[in-house]
Design a protein around this ligand. Structure first.
Ligand code: F6P
Length: 366
């Protein structure tokens, strides 16, 4: 019987539970034993009770649960070879040689590295006397499949990551609330949203709420000049009769000299324009709450495909990342997607913002 483990890693995102549910039930459907790794890579390092076999009914009701019920962590030890060796030992002890990881690009890169090192880790475990050659014989290769769970929607090669639309929904709900009080007082609000180095949440929230102005890393504003432009835009909207102003700032926003643009910087400019201005940092409410329909079906379809991928893979198949492109669930080599994601960061570092935008596949940022 094939034994598969599923884990969530990095920042939680709505829809992770739906993904785990789909993996557990699809695995059982195909006659596999499915284990959940609790607490992300930390659980993999600890082993034992952190790896629990899941039954069909264990994931009942998980579609509508927010966060991740099997826990997650940002684990430093897994970045070290000794940590990955310990994790390999724990998987072999349970007879597991396939791992489905739902997380962001860092978690997935770690998983792929784990796979490439696996044969040498197994060899070392035998040398260390932890296992005999006979015991490790069936576990010569590790299968890794990646599901992208992140609210940031920052992974190249896939149109949306599990959790991004839920976070977006939360943001626009909050901005709608803010707009109501802002209009009452004729105020301006600067709303800071998450997204790390990616402007997708800010961009989409700006469009969905009709914000006056947005700041994102991929379309860096001109150093020393954006202040006047912002004032001009907000004033123009006021002149047309708008009673409030909403400016959305991505937490990773930059100017074109790569200086951060913070919510307070923006607030000071609006105060200078004479607007009664407040700042709201939405913070972790963006990650909370139940998943919207998009993330539930995305996680479910991708979870199903991740199990199929495990069953179809050979040791030669590159670790796949399950994505969605033009409404179709697709598989692409995980390393390719990570490489493309990293090249966006490099383009921004090189101040090549046009390239950053084209690499994000979000044509309408223009
Ligand atoms: O990657 C998801 C994310 O929510 C980012 O948008 C944010 O920068 C970061 O995680 C916050 O991390 P933490 O929850 O560890 O503070």
């Amino acid at each position: 019987r094939k034994k598969i483990a599923v884990m969530t890693s990095g920042g939680d995102s709505p829809g992770m539970n739906a993904a785990v549910r789909a993996v557990v039930r699809t695995g059982i459907h195909y006659g596999c034993d499915v284990f959940a790794v609790y607490e992300g890579y930390e659980g993999l390092l600890k082993g034992g009770e952190y790896l629990r076999q899941m039954k069909w009914e264990d994931v009942r009701g998980w579609l509508s649960e927010g966060g991740t019920l099997i826990g997650t962590a940002r684990c430093m030890e897994f970045r070290e070879r000794w940590g990955r060796k310990q994790a390999a030992g724990n998987l072999i002890s349970q007879g597991i040689d396939a791992l489905i990881v739902c997380g962001g690009d860092g978690s997935l890169t770690g998983a792929d590295l784990f796979r490439s090192e696996w044969p040498s880790l197994v060899e070392e475990l035998v040398k260390d006397g932890k296992f005999t050659q006979e015991q490790v014989e069936p576990y010569q290769n590790l299968t890794i499949v990646g599901l992208v769970g992140s609210i940031d929607n920052d992974m190249a090669g896939t149109d949306s990551t599990i959790g991004a639309y839920s976070a977006l929904e939360r943001i626009i709900e909050m901005v709608d609330y803010i707009d109501e009080t802002a209009k009452s007082h004729s105020r301006a609000f600067v709303v800071e949203v998450m997204g790390r180095h990616c402007g997708w949440l800010a961009l989409m929230a700006g469009i969905a709420t009709g914000a006056d102005y947005i700041f994102i890393p991929e379309r860096a504003v001109p150093h020393g000049k954006w202040q006047e432009e912002l004032k001009e835009v907000c004033q123009r909207h006021r002149n047309k009769g708008r009673r409030n102003n909403t400016v959305i700032v991505a937490e990773g926003a930059l100017d074109d000299q790569l200086n951060p643009v913070t919510a307070d910087d923006v607030k000071n400019v609006l105060l200078d324009l004479g607007l009664d201005t407040k700042v709201t940092i939405l913070g972790h409410v963006q990650r909370g709450g139940t998943a919207v329909a998009h993330d539930r079906w995305l996680a479910t379809l991708q979870g199903v495909d991740s199990v199929k991928a495990v069953l179809e893979m050979t040791p030669q198949t590159p670790s796949p990342l399950i994505g969605i492109l033009e409404n179709k669930i697709i598989r692409m080599p995980l390393v390719e997607s990570v490489k493309m994601t990293k090249s966006v960061a490099t383009a921004i570092e090189n101040k090549d913002f046009d390239k950053a935008i084209s690499l994000r596949d979000t044509e309408f940022i223009e």
